[in-house]
Write a new protein. Structure first.
Lengths: 367, 320
C-alpha cells in the first residue's frame, strides 16, 4: 500500500518539485555553517591545520579574520564570508547602516551591520526547525486525541471536540501573543512548544472524523469479535488507518507553522534577538522601511518563507491526492464519488496568518 | 429546528465557558507572576500603585485558588466589569470598545470584499475544471496561500502606490474619502488570503454539485451551461460559503494583528501587543476573552444561518 501511494505521489511532477525544494532547503539549513561563516572551513596557518574551523571553536582562531592570513597560509572559505551574528568593528565601516548590496554583502546588511545573506541562510534553521518540530508536536497530540475521541465517543469525544472548538475560536495569533508575552522571555524552544500545543485542534478534528468512519468498518468489528482488547483494536486497527489525514496534516502543518512563526517573530514575540529568524529579519527591515538600502532585508526573507511554505504545501497537496485518489483532480470531476470522507479531505489549505486548515473548512456532515 | 437551535446554543455556551477559562488560565499560569513583575516595574515608572494591584488581584480572583478565582472573575465579567487598565486607569471595557470596531471594520470589509471577488473566480474555475483558466487560477491561488501577510503588507508600504500607509485618517482631516484611502492597503492585505480560500472552497463545492443528478437533469432538459451553473449549481454550493464565513473570522483577526501593526491602526492587535509589552494584565485578559467570544459568536451565527438555509442540517443535529 505505501508503495502504491508513493508511485501515485511521484507521478506528478509538481510533487517532486515540492519534495526536492524541501530537501534542498533542509540541506541548506543543516549546512548553514558551510554556506555562511566568518571562519574558513579548512585553514592552514603557520604550520597548523584547522579542520572545520567554521563549526569548531578553536581557541587560537577567536580573533582570526581574513586580513590575518600570512603569505604561505591557505584557507578554504564558504561562499559567504560572514556569520549571522557578526557585527563589524566601528572603524571598518564605510557609509551608513544599513548598507546597500555590495560585492562583500550581496544582500546588504541590517542596521547593526550584520550580513543579510548570512542571516537569511542561518534563518532557514530556525524557521524549518520550528516548523517541523511544532508541526510534529501538534500532529502527535491531535492524532492521539482525535483517535481517542472518534473511537471511544461519549465523554472523551465531548471533551476533545469542545476543547478543539475553544482553541479554534481564538484568533491564534492573539492567543500566541498573550502566551509568549507572559513568559519571562521567549526562546525558539518556547515558540515551538506554544505553537505545537495550541494548533492540534485541526488535526484532532480531521483524525476524529476518520476514526469515526474506521470504527464502523468490518475489520474493526472482526477484531472485536476475535476477542481483542479495546486497546489492541485501537492500536492495531484504528490508529494505523487514521494515519493518512495525520500525514497530510504534518506537511501542511509545517508550512502554516513557518508562516505563524514568522508572524510571531515579526511582531517580536517569537525567536528572540539576535537569533536569525526570517520573521525577525523582516522586523529589522521594517525599522528602516523607508531606506532603500534595507529593501533586500525586507523582501528576501519573505521570498524565502514563500518558497519554503510553497514546497511543503506542494508535498501536502500531493500526499492528499496520493492517499485519497477520490479527492480533487485525481479523477474526472464528473466521475467524482460523493462521500463525506472525501469532503473532509478535500478543501484546500489555509490563508496566510497560518490558520484554518482542511479540517476547519470541512463541510458539516449532511446525511 | 428548535432542538437544533437549543443544542447549538448550548454547545456555544460550553465553548464560551472554555474560552473564558482558557483566557483566565493563560494569564494565571504564566510563569513569573505577571503581577509581581508588574508591581516591580510599575512602581518604578509610577504606573500602578501597589494598592491598585492588590485591589485588582482581589477583585479579579488572581489571589484566590484557581477555580474560586475563576468564578469571581467570571462574575465580574458577566456584569461587564473587566477592571481598569494599569497604564492609564481607563476602564478596559472602553478601551476594547475603541479597538474592537477598528478590527471589525477591517475584517468585515475584507470578508465581504473577499466574497465579492472569490465568487466569480470560483465560478469561472468550476465552469471548466482542468481548463487553462482553471489551472492558472489554481496555481495563483495555491501560491497566495504561501505568502506571509507581513511581507505583502511591507511590499505595499514600499510600493509607491500613492495610498496613505499609516493610521486611520490624516492629521486634521476627517473626510470620508480620506478614511477610505487609509483603509485600501490594510484591507488589500487581509483580502487576498480570503479570496484564495473562498474561491478554492467554492470551486470544490461547485464541482461536487455539478456531479449530482439534478444538474444532469437540468442539462438533459436542454438548459444552457450558464443557466445550469448560475441557477442550479451556484445556489446549492453557496450554502457552504455560509459555513466558511464563520470559520474565516479567527484567521482574519490573526491577520489583522499584523496589518494593524504595520499600518499603525488602533485595533485589537495593537491593544494586545501594547498590553503584553506593558504587562497590563486587565487589558490583556479582556482582549483575549473578547477576541475569543466575538469569534465564537461569528461561528455560531454562521451555523444558525446555515441551518436556516439548509433544512437538512437541523434534522441531523449540531455539527461537530
Amino acid at each position: 500500500m505505501p508503495g502504491r501511494t508513493w508511485a501515485r505521489f511521484v507521478r506528478n511532477k509538481r510533487n517532486l518539485l515540492g519534495l526536492s525544494l524541501a530537501c534542498a532547503l533542509s540541506l541548506l539549513a543543516l549546512c548553514a555553517d558551510f554556506v555562511a561563516s566568518r571562519r574558513p572551513i579548512v585553514l592552514w596557518r603557520t604550520g597548523r591545520l584547522y579542520l572545520f574551523a567554521n563549526v569548531i571553536d578553536y581557541r587560537d582562531l577567536r580573533t582570526f579574520d581574513a586580513t590575518s592570513l600570512a603569505p604561505g597560509d591557505w584557507a578554504l572559505w564558504p561562499p559567504c564570508r560572514h556569520g549571522p551574528y557578526d557585527i563589524p568593528r566601528l572603524g571598518s565601516l564605510s557609509g551608513p547602516l544599513p548598507q546597500p548590496p555590495s560585492p562583500d554583502h550581496p544582500l546588504g546588511t541590517d542596521n547593526t551591520g550584520r550580513d543579510t545573506l548570512a542571516r537569511l541562510v542561518h534563518g532557514a534553521r530556525v524557521s524549518l526547525g520550528v516548523g517541523v518540530v511544532a508541526a510534529l508536536v501538534q500532529v502527535v497530540i491531535g492524532l492521539a486525541l482525535g483517535v481517542l475521541a472518534g473511537y471511544l465517543r461519549g465523554a472523551t469525544d465531548f471533551v476533545v471536540t469542545r476543547a478543539a472548538e475553544v482553541l479554534l475560536s481564538f484568533p491564534l495569533l492573539l492567543l500566541l501573543l498573550a502566551v509568549q508575552g507572559l513568559l519571562e522571555r521567549t526562546t525558539v524552544l518556547s515558540t515551538m512548544a506554544v505553537i505545537g500545543l495550541t494548533r492540534w485542534a485541526d488535526t484532532a478534528r480531521l483524525v476524529r472524523a476518520e476514526a469515526l468512519r474506521v470504527r464502523e468498518l468490518p475489520y474493526v468489528e472482526a477484531s472485536r469479535a476475535f476477542g481483542s482488547s479495546e486497546l489492541r483494536t485501537l492500536l492495531r486497527h484504528v490508529l494505523p488507518n487514521c494515519l493518512s489525514p495525520a500525514l497530510v496534516a504534518v506537511t501542511f502543518g509545517v508550512g502554516s507553522t513557518i508562516l505563524l512563526e514568522s508572524a510571531l517573530s515579526f511582531l517580536g514575540f517569537g525567536a528572540p534577538e539576535p537569533v536569525a529568524s526570517w520573521g525577525l529579519l523582516m522586523a529589522d527591515g521594517f525599522q528602516d522601511i523607508l531606506d532603500p538600502a534595507a529593501l533586500p532585508l525586507v523582501l528576501a526573507p519573505g521570498l524565502a518563507i514563500f518558497i519554503t511554505v510553497t514546497a511543503f504545501n506542494l508535498i501536502g497537496d500531493g500526499l492528499r491526492e496520493a492517499l485519497d485518489p477520490r479527492s480533487q483532480g485525481a479523477v474526472e470531476p464528473s466521475a467524482r464519488i460523493i462521500s463525506d470522507h472525501s469532503r473532509v479531505m478535500s478543501p484546500a489549505p489555509w490563508p496566510p496568518g497560518g490558520e484554518p486548515t482542511p479540517a476547519a473548512y470541512s463541510v458539516p456532515d449532511v446525511k | 429546528m428548535r432542538r437544533f437551535l437549543a443544542a447549538r446554543i448550548l454547545a456555544a455556551l460550553v465553548t464560551g465557558i472554555g474560552i473564558t477559562l482558557l483566557a483566565f488560565a493563560v494569564v494565571r499560569a504564566a510563569p513569573g507572576d505577571p503581577l509581581a513583575l508588574h508591581s516591580e516595574l510599575g512602581l518604578r515608572s509610577g504606573e500602578a500603585s501597589l494598592q491598585q494591584i492588590r485591589a485588582y488581584r482581589h477583585s479579579m480572583g488572581l489571589d484566590a485558588p484557581l477555580f474560586a478565582g475563576y468564578v469571581r472573575w467570571l462574575s465580574h465579567l458577566l456584569r461587564g466589569d473587566l477592571g481598569t487598565s494599569f497604564r492609564d486607569g481607563r476602564p478596559v471595557l472602553s478601551l476594547l470598545g475603541e479597538a474592537l470596531p477598528v478590527t471589525l471594520l477591517l475584517s468585515i470589509t475584507s470578508l465581504l470584499l473577499g466574497y465579492a471577488l472569490a465568487i466569480p473566480v470560483g465560478i469561472v474555475s468550476a465552469a471548466r475544471p482542468g481548463g487553462w483558466l482553471d489551472r492558472a487560477i489554481s496555481t495563483v491561488v495555491f501560491l497566495l496561500y504561501s505568502l506571509p501577510v507581513q511581507w505583502v503588507a511591507l511590499v505595499l508600504v514600499v510600493w509607491p502606490a500613492g495610498f496613505p500607509i499609516h493610521g486611520l485618517h490624516s492629521e486634521g482631516t476627517r473626510s470620508f474619502a480620506d478614511s477610505i484611502a487609509h483603509l485600501v492597503l490594510p484591507v488589500a492585505c487581509l483580502t487576498y488570503g480570503s479570496v484564495a480560500v473562498t474561491s478554492r472552497f467554492l470551486r470544490s463545492s461547485m464541482l461536487e454539485e455539478m456531479g449530482r443528478d439534478y444538474v444532469r437533469t437540468a442539462r438533459a432538459k436542454g438548459l444552457g451551461e450558464a443557466a445550469v451553473i448560475l441557477r442550479h449549481a451556484l445556489p446549492n454550493s453557496s450554502l457552504t460559503l455560509i459555513t466558511l464565513f464563520g470559520l474565516s473570522f479567527p484567521a482574519l483577526a490573526s491577520g489583522a494583528v499584523i496589518v494593524e501593526r504595520i499600518f499603525g491602526l488602533p485595533g485589537m492587535g495593537k491593544l494586545t501587543i501594547e498590553a503584553v509589552l506593558g504587562r497590563d494584565v486587565p487589558v490583556l485578559m479582556g482582549a483575549v476573552t473578547v477576541a475569543g467570544v466575538v469569534t465564537m459568536l461569528g461561528t455560531l451565527l454562521s451555523d444558525l444561518l446555515y441551518a436556516v438555509a439548509d433544512p437538512r442540517i437541523s434534522l441531523t443535529g449540531a455539527r461537530d
